[in-house]
Design a protein around this ligand. Structure first.
Ligand SMILES: NC(=O)c1ccc[n+]([C@@H]2O[C@H](COP(=O)([O-])OP(=O)(O)OC[C@H]3O[C@@H](n4cnc5c(N)ncnc54)[C@H](OP(=O)(O)O)[C@@H]3O)[C@@H](O)[C@H]2O)c1
Length: 362
């Protein structure tokens, strides 16, 4: 495997986006070395139906890195690797306990996000075979937190060209962990910016990818309850009425990305023949249609896509959430990478459709 010419090291493959990334890489015949935190995680990949149907097991190998944040953690994992896709990072949907103190939230979200990124970049700098490192950042890493939280209104357009904000929340010790997560993505992006600025002679390209909220078919979901464990839950909560008007839920910013497009952008970023993906680059990824930028549009699109299920009472379609207005634009990515992003209709069809399929089987 170390002699494979296009070998990709993938972190975060056990997650919602990572497994889709793995599926996309394998379907393009990239050999992939998966970095997992424990060996026990390896077996589940080989039995995953979506991966098994590709019949590409021979392209998958594993390396166990129990702690990505340790300096030198990636050294041997990068041996013979040409491309790195670094997806792993703590998410508010993962098993973080709620109600943590500010210090605990910092230790859970911010420290590992920054340390793993720096550990990866340092190891890559020692590995001549590495040509490109693609990092899954987030559009929230370039939107000023005051705008994201609706405390500042502005006409400014946030895109891949936006600078990393100077301000990092705290205070972020609120129960959902969301602000600590925002802080982790800003801090990791800042650390990458600083690393690039201090390593002008690095021998590889670095690409940051900024997805919005990611929605799509969850390749890890085996039963309907699994659909609530990824960011798909943020979409499902509108048709299934988990958030409702007058509930006191804080308004949230919205920019929706199809999971397929998020994976596609990462994989296209590996293309050495495209000058747009060379050097230190960033690509935003979310639907550029206005329908993909407001929570309550999910209700309208669900009505259009699932009229029978609504009439039958299977989908209450009675959720509502106010949107914090933020001007965000990912159209430059479509131009530079040469494909059009999917719209909210495809996201609703895929996520609500998968949820109902799984429910019907139970
Ligand atoms: N989903 C979205 O809407 C969205 C939007 C923008 C950006 N992103 C970014 O996309 C990436 C993946 O998100 P996701 O939605 O796929 O989340 P996910 O399903 O929770 O997956 C997270 C992945 O990261 C790994 N991970 C978490 N904490 C880690 C740590 N401290 N050390 C090492 N590995 C760790 C997990 O590994 P284990 O299985 O070992 O826990 C898992 O593979 C993250 O970087 C996230 O910030 C997501």
């Amino acid at each position: 495997m170390t002699n494979e010419p296009n070998l990709v090291l993938l972190t975060g493959g056990t997650g919602f986006i990572g497994i889709k990334m793995l599926h996309t890489l394998l379907s393009r015949s990239y050999p992939v070395r998966l970095a997992v935190r424990s060996e026990s995680k390896s077996a589940s990949f080989l039995s995953n139906p979506a991966l098994a149907s590709l019949n590409k097991d021979d392209l998958i190998s594993f390396v166990t890195i129990p702690d990505l944040t340790v300096p030198g953690a990636f050294d041997s994992a990068l041996e013979g690797v040409k491309y790195v896709i670094h997806v792993a990072s703590p998410m508010p949907t993962s098993a973080a306990s709620k109600e943590q103190s500010l210090e605990q939230q910092h230790a859970f979200y911010v420290e590992p996000a920054v340390a793993a990124t720096l550990s990866l970049l340092e190891s890559a700098a020692k590995t001549p075979s590495v040509k490109k490192v693609v990092i899954t950042s987030s559009i929230i890493a370039v939107i000023r937190p005051s705008v994201l939280l609706g405390q500042e209104s502005t006409d400014e357009v946030f895109s891949a060209a936006s600078p990393t904000p100077d301000e990092i929340p705290p205070p972020y010790n609120e129960p959902s962990g969301l602000l600590a997560y925002v802080a982790s993505k800003i801090a990791a992006l800042r650390a990458t910016d600083q690393w690039v600025a201090t390593h002008p002679d690095k021998h590889f390209d670095i690409v940051n990818v900024y997805p919005g909220y990611v929605f799509g078919r969850n390749l890890l979901a085996e039963k309907s309850s699994d659909m609530w464990t990824s960011t798909d839950a943020m979409l499902l909560r509108i048709p299934f009425g988990i958030v409702k008007e007058g509930d006191g839920n804080p308004p949230a910013a919205a920019a929706f990305a199809h999971l397929d497009d998020v994976a596609e952008v990462h994989v296209r970023a590996l293309d050495e023949n495209n000058p747009a993906v060379r050097g230190y680059k960033a690509f935003a990824v979310f639907s550029n249609g206005s329908e993909g930028k407001a929570w309550n549009n999910i209700r309208d699109v669900t009505k259009e896509k699932f009229p029978q299920e609504i009439a039958d009472g299977v989908i209450p379609n009675d959720g509502a959430l106010e949107t914090v207005p933020v001007n965000a634009d990912a159209s430059e990515t479509e131009k530079e990478l040469g494909f059009k992003f999917k719209h909210l209709g495809s996201m609703v069809e895929d996520v609500v459709g998968q949820f109902l399929e799984l429910k019907n089987r139970e």
